[in-house]
Design a protein around this ligand. Structure first.
Ligand SMILES: Cc1ncc(COP(=O)(O)O)c(C=O)c1O
Length: 456
C-alpha cells in the first residue's frame, strides 16, 4: 500500500516511529484475495478444510472448515462462525454494525450531524478487548521516553501498558480540585508537555475507574473549551484517547450523557479523538475480548471525499499492521455472537435488556453514596461519582495508609476492597466495586468500613 495522504495530515505528526513505519503487507492476503476470484483450485488458506462427511460420521457434502464434532455441543452457531480466523481488522459486518452503534450512541437526530459524524470516523478496528486497544493506540502514537498525560486517578493497567511495557512516561495531574474536574491541572500538564514534544497525547476515561467520576455538563463544556484554547496556544496536535469502557453506565441527569468523543470530533482545531469501546462492559461480555478503536478525523485535512476515503484506508492498513503483528486477529466466536445480537435482537432491544442492569447499578450507586455520606467521618472523602462500576474513598494520609487499612478491613471485618496508594500522585484510598455488591449488603459493608475506621 502506498501512503500518500496520511503524511500530509496532523495525525502523522502524532505517530510514533512504529506508527510511521508499520503497514500490512499484501502478502498472503493479496494472493488469497486473488485466488478467491481467479483460481479453480485454492491452496492459499492456512486452515484445514474438507467435505464434512470426510471428517464427521454422518457429515454432509458441504466443504467446511474441519472441526471437532464436540464443538457443536457447545454452540448452535454455524461452525463457519466459530472455527476460522476472523479478518485481521475484524469481521467486516461487525465493524459496520459497531460504526452504526457509535452513531446511535451519539443520540443525534439531526441528519446533518449524523452525516458529518459518519464521514469523520474511521471504520472501527476490532481488538482483543479495550486493553488491547489501549496498547495498540499507545504503540501507534508514542515512542519510548515520550509522554502521555493522564489524571492521577486512572485504571492501574494504564501504568502496566504504558510505562512498564511501552517505556512511555505518564505525566499525571490531580484529577480533582475542590471536588471538581481539575481542568486547570490538565491545561498546565498540556503546556508543560508541549515544551518537550511536538504532540500531545491525553487519555481520559469517563465514567472513570477507579472513581466513577463523570463530568457534569458544565465541567464537560469547560473540558472541551480548555482543550480548544490550549490547542490554539500550543499550536500542536492533541490526541485524546477516550476510554469509554463504562460508557452506558451513567446514573445522574447532571452529568454528560455521552462520550466526550462526540464533542471533540466537531471541533475545528487539530484535536483528534480516538474512541475506545467494546463489549466487555457495554454488552456485559467481559471474557469475549472484543474491543474497538475508532479514530475521529477532520474532513478539512483533505481536499476531497476521495482523499478522505484514502486516508481512512491508509489508517486502517496501519492499524491492521499492528493487529497482524500482535494478536493477528480477534476472537471470531464473540464477534459472531455480537453480530447476531445486533442483527437478530436489534439495537433498541439490546438497550432495553441492558437498562435493567444499568438501573440495578444505579440503585446501588445511590445507596452506597448515601450510606457513606451519612457516616460524616472527617477522615474520609468520597470522590465525585455518577457512573461506572466503582467509587473511591480517600483516606486521611496522616492517619492511615490505604494498604494497611485495606488489610485491617479484610482481616478483622472480612471486607475486600482495592487499596490505591501512590503518595507521589497524591492518592491514598480504597476503591469499592459496588457493581458486585448486592444492595442489601451495602449498609453492612459501610457499617464495617466505619467500624474499621474507628478502631484502626
Ligand atoms: C477504564 C478501563 N478501561 C479498559 C478496561 C479494559 O477493558 P477490556 O476488558 O475490554 O479489555 C477496563 C477494565 O477493567 C477499565 O476499567
Amino acid at each position: 500500500m502506498e501512503f500518500n495522504i496520511i503524511d500530509k495530515t496532523p495525525l502523522w505528526n502524532t505517530l510514533s516511529e512504529l506508527g510511521k513505519r508499520i503497514f500490512l503487507p499484501d502478502g498472503i492476503f493479496y494472493w488469497s484475495g486473488r485466488a478467491k476470484k481467479e483460481a479453480e483450485i485454492i491452496g492459499t488458506i492456512g486452515s484445514a478444510f474438507g467435505y464434512e462427511r470426510d471428517f464427521i460420521d454422518g457429515g454432509s457434502d458441504e466443504w467446511l472448515p474441519c472441526y471437532l464434532k464436540t464443538i457443536k455441543e457447545y454452540s448452535s452457531l454455524d461452525v463457519r462462525s466459530i472455527v476460522p480466523y476472523a479478518s485481521i481488522g475484524g469481521l467486516s459486518d461487525i465493524r459496520e454494525i459497531w460504526k452504526k452503534w457509535i452513531v446511535k450512541k451519539s443520540g443525534y437526530d439531526d441528519k446533518k450531524k449524523i452525516e458529518l459524524l459518519e464521514k469523520s470516523i474511521t471504520k472501527p478496528i476490532v481488538t482483543q478487548g479495550i486493553t488491547n486497544g489501549i496498547f495498540l493506540c499507545c504503540a501507534f502514537l508514542l515512542n519510548p521516553g515520550e509522554i502521555i498525560i493522564s489524571p492521577n486517578k486512572r485504571w492501574g493497567n494504564y501504568d502496566n501498558i504504558i510505562t512498564k511495557f511501552l517505556g512511555v512516561n505518564i505525566k499525571s495531574f490531580d484529577f480533582f480540585k475542590d471536588q471538581k474536574l481539575n481542568v486547570q491541572g490538565l491545561k498546565e500538564a498540556i503546556k508543560e508537555v508541549a515544551n518537550k514534544q511536538d504532540k500531545i497525547i491525553v487519555i481520559l476515561n469517563f465514567p472513570n475507574n477507579p472513581t466513577g467520576y463523570v463530568p457534569t455538563k458544565t465541567e464537560g463544556r469547560e473540558l472541551v473549551d480548555a482543550l480548544k484554547e490550549t490547542q490554539k496556544d500550543i499550536n500542536k496536535p492533541i490526541v485524546v484517547l477516550a476510554d469509554d469502557a463504562y460508557e452506558p453506565y451513567v446514573y445522574s441527569d447532571e452529568v454528560i450523557e455521552k462520550s466526550i468523543f462526540y464533542d471533540l470530533i466537531e471541533l475545528d482545531e487539530d484535536i483528534i479523538p480516538i474512541k475506545l469501546d467494546g463489549i466487555s462492559k457495554e454488552l456485559l461480555a467481559y471474557g469475549g475480548r472484543i474491543g474497538f478503536v475508532t479514530i475521529g478525523l477532520k474532513p478539512k485535512w483533505v481536499g476531497s471525499e476521495e482523499d478522505l476515503d484514502t486516508l481512512k484506508a491508509e489508517i486502517n492498513n496501519k492499524l491492521e499492521g499492528i493487529n497482524r503483528s500482535t494478536i493477528s486477529n480477534a476472537n471470531h466466536f464473540y464477534q459472531a455472537v455480537t453480530q447476531k445480537m445486533f442483527e437478530e435482537v436489534g439495537m433498541d432491544n439490546i438497550l432495553k435488556e441492558r437498562e435493567k442492569i444499568r438501573a440495578l447499578l444505579q440503585s446501588r450507586y445511590k445507596k452506597i453514596n448515601k450510606e457513606l455520606e451519612n457516616l460524616g467521618n472527617p477522615d474520609i472523602s468520597v470522590d465525585p461519582n455518577a457512573g461506572g462500576f466503582f467509587l473511591f474513598v480517600n483516606l486521611n494520609p496522616n492517619k492511615m495508609k490505604a494498604s494497611e487499612f485495606a488489610d485491617h478491613l479484610l482481616k478483622k471485618y472480612k471486607v475486600g476492597v482495592i487499596p490505591i496508594e501512590k503518595p507521589q500522585n497524591n492518592i491514598n484510598g480504597i476503591r469499592i466495586a459496588y457493581c458486585s455488591i448486592d444492595i442489601e449488603k451495602i449498609p453492612e459493608i459501610v457499617r464495617r468500613i466505619s467500624s474499621a475506621l474507628n478502631d484502626f
